[in-house]
Design a protein around this ligand. Structure first.
Ligand code: ADP
Ligand code: MG
Length: 623
């Protein structure tokens, strides 16, 4: 019989036995995997030595069923309907909420819970498509280290909401990956630059990828990053530079524009425009060559022509950056540095515009394609326990406020937007009616005061509250947002301990434009909301007063003489009539106040009766 070595309790694990922890940048255009080797983070290449994996999956009608990465991309021009690119835009979204859905070259279906894609191999969800990409990267890492992956840190855009984060986690699970944590892309980039070990201060992360632009303002203090503002444009990226260049060339050749070409010509020309654009990043001029069905295009493009054709796009990135800084309440001088992320920041036009507006040279010495994956790998290394005691703590923020619906359709904000996560907040609520034994909880997200203007995330009920007088129950509602940005809400009646909780897996789908619009509306309508809130509050208070008086009259009406009773009845009739007719909060408040005054004597009489009852039969020393 073989003897197994049993480690003693408390004994440190073998220092040579490290766990393979990987960082994955699951990008809209490209994805990468990185891991620590000999203390340095590096991106892992495929068998051909390429670190970038195009985020593209082509589905086939026969075995092997699919192609992934470069093979898929190569077929895009000839098989656009089955070649799924930019699937990140669909993650956790309903079809109507997908940015630029009409420009995607394949057909997006309006399936329940999340949009999906119709292919020759059947209907595929974005979670399945992403899982193909994640699994490819996982195998790459396992081959590279000849070891099994222990866990992964996967990056997501800072603005990703619960549904999008959940969809990303689901994809990882499907790919057989243990998610150590989801972290924000800008935070990963900052870690890759080692900013966490450097001087404290505020940094901007400027990420211009293939189809999206994100800018984030991070504050580093005591080795901890906090995202203090985010901004972006989900319809702005390198693809737009390709499109604008292609259109400029077509117009110049008198061939109209991209919309007039068939799918194959369009893909061919966009491909050529992209190659030309990329060459222009390290040479002064480049040839755009494309064989179209109408003939061959052959044009020399120089940097000045390219800069002019795309100036409007570059200006938009600066405008969005300005807004993000303004949101953070900061000026450019407050920044300690600017980090460049994303393949499109290789373009000299972009670097120059950033340097000019931010008034400093941005950090570009790390490969802008790799920087996010490198940072994720460093974080994975720590979370897997390979780094020993040095612990890196990460803070991110919630993009929108989270709250609960209260009486009258008002929102009580529990976790304000831009709160650092992980976070836990609690607030006490009470019942509205005498003997109420159940409470309906409605969790909403947004900046507006009225429920109807916010997004509904989830509903659940707390049952089994012991019957008590209105306002006597104390129900603590806790919101917990974990390090991955996922929300859990629980409600507990403090007296009995009855509890209900819900893990919020929101009905998928809220676009970043919608987030932006919701934020904007929140600011623009604050005034109107305040008035609306005052009115609703006045009505709720009036209703509550009427209900309380009604039940007091029912129980102890005999304590009143006829005149007193008539006085109260009259005040109630008046208040009810006002509730029907008036939308003047102040007027309703005054009438409620009046009813309260007129019932003061009655309340005192009831209290005396209650005390008399409690005292009846008791000896003085027991009190
Ligand atoms: P994503 O984060 O959206 O996956 P990436 O960061 O990988 O995107 O960026 C992809 C974009 O970068 C593409 O539009 C690509 O054309 C562009 N890009 C890559 N290399 C260069 C280069 N040398 N010059 C200009 N653009 C480049
Ligand atoms: Mg990216």
């Amino acid at each position: 019989m073989a003897l197994l070595q049993i480690s003693e309790p408390g004994q440190a694990p073998d220092p040579h036995q490290r766990r393979l922890a990987i960082g994955i940048d699951l990008g809209t255009t490209h994805s990468l995997v990185a891991a620590m080797r000999h203390g340095v983070a590096e991106c892992l290449p495929d068998a051909q030595g390429r670190t970038l994996l195009p985020s593209a999956v082509r589905y086939l009608s026969s075995a092997p069923g699919r192609q992934i990465g470069f093979d898929a991309l190569a077929a895009q021009a000839t098989d656009p309907l089955n070649t799924i690119v930019s699937v990140k835009r669909l993650m956790g979204r309903k079809r109507e909420d997908v940015a630029m859905v009409s420009q995607l070259p394949y057909s997006v279906l309006d399936t329940p819970s999340m949009a999906s894609v119709d292919t020759v191999a059947g209907v595929k969800t974005p979670v399945e498509v992403s899982a193909e990409i994640l699994a490819t990267l996982r195998y790459r890492a396992e081959d590279s280290f000849d070891d099994e992956v222990f866990g992964a840190v996967i990056t997501v855009p800072a603005y990703f909401d619960d549904a999008q984060r959940q969809a990303t986690k689901d994809a990882a699970k499907l790919a057989g990956l243990e998610v150590l944590r989801l972290i924000n892309e800008p935070t990963a980039a900052a870690i890759a630059y080692g900013l966490d070990e450097g001087s404290e201060g505020v940094y901007a992360v400027f990420d211009l990828g293939g189809g999206t632009f994100d800018v984030s303002i991070l504050r580093l203090s005591a080795g901890v990053f906090e995202v203090i503002a985010t901004g972006g444009d989900s319809a702005l990226g390198g693809d737009d530079y390709d499109r604008v260049l292609a259109n400029a060339v077509l117009a110049q050749a008198g061939l109209g524009d991209l919309a007039q070409l068939d799918a194959t010509d369009r893909a061919t020309l966009l491909h050529a425009a992209r190659a030309c654009k990329q060459s222009l990043s390290d040479q002064a001029s480049a040839r755009l060559h494309a064989g179209l069905s109408a003939g061959t295009l052959n044009v020399d493009i120089d940097r000045a022509y390219f800069a002019q054709a795309t100036a409007e796009l570059t200006q938009r990135t600066i405008k969005v950056s300005k807004r993000a800084l303004r949101d953070a309440g900061l000026g450019v001088d407050a920044l300690q540095g600017v980090v460049m992320v994303g393949g499109s920041t290789r373009m000299p036009v972009v670097r120059e515009a950033v340097a000019a507006w931010f008034g400093r040279e941005p950090l570009t010495n790390l490969n802008p394609d790799e920087v996010v994956a490198l940072g994720a790998a460093r974080q994975a290394h720590v979370l897997a326990g390979n780094a020993g005691s040095e612990e890196m703590l990460l803070l991110d923020v919630t993009p929108l406020s989270l709250g609960l619906e209260t009486m009258g359709g008002l929102v009580e904000r529990i976790v304000p937007r831009n709160s650092t996560i992980p976070t836990a907040r609690a607030q006490d609520f009470t019942t509205y009616k005498d003997g109420q034994t159940a409470l309906a909880l409605h969790v909403v997200q947004g900046e507006r005061d009225l429920v109807q203007d916010c997004r509904s995330l989830a509903r659940f009920e707390l049952r089994g509250i012991p019957p008590m007088a209105a306002g006597a129950a104390r129900i603590r509602v806790s919101f917990t947002v974990d390090a991955d940005g996922l929300l859990q809400v629980s409600a507990k009646e403090q007296g009995t301990g009855v509890e209900a909780k819900i893990e919020v897996k929101p009905s998928y789908g809220l676009s970043d434009e919608q987030i932006a619009t919701m934020l904007q509306e929140g600011f623009a309508t604050a005034q109107a909301d305040m008035a609306a809130r005052a009115l609703v509050e006045a009505r709720v208070e009036a209703d509550r007063m009427l209900l309380a008086t009604q039940s007091a009259l029912h129980a102890d009406g005999d304590l009143l003489n006829d005149a007193q009773r008539a006085d109260i009845d009259q005040a109630m009739v008046g208040l009810r009539a006002l509730l029907e007719a008036s939308s003047d909060a102040a007027q309703i408040d005054a009438a409620t106040e009046d009813l309260a005054k007129r019932t003061e004597g009655f309340a005192a009489a009831r209290m005396n009766k209650g005390i008399a009852q409690a005292l009846a039969g008791q000896k003085l020393e027991n009190i």
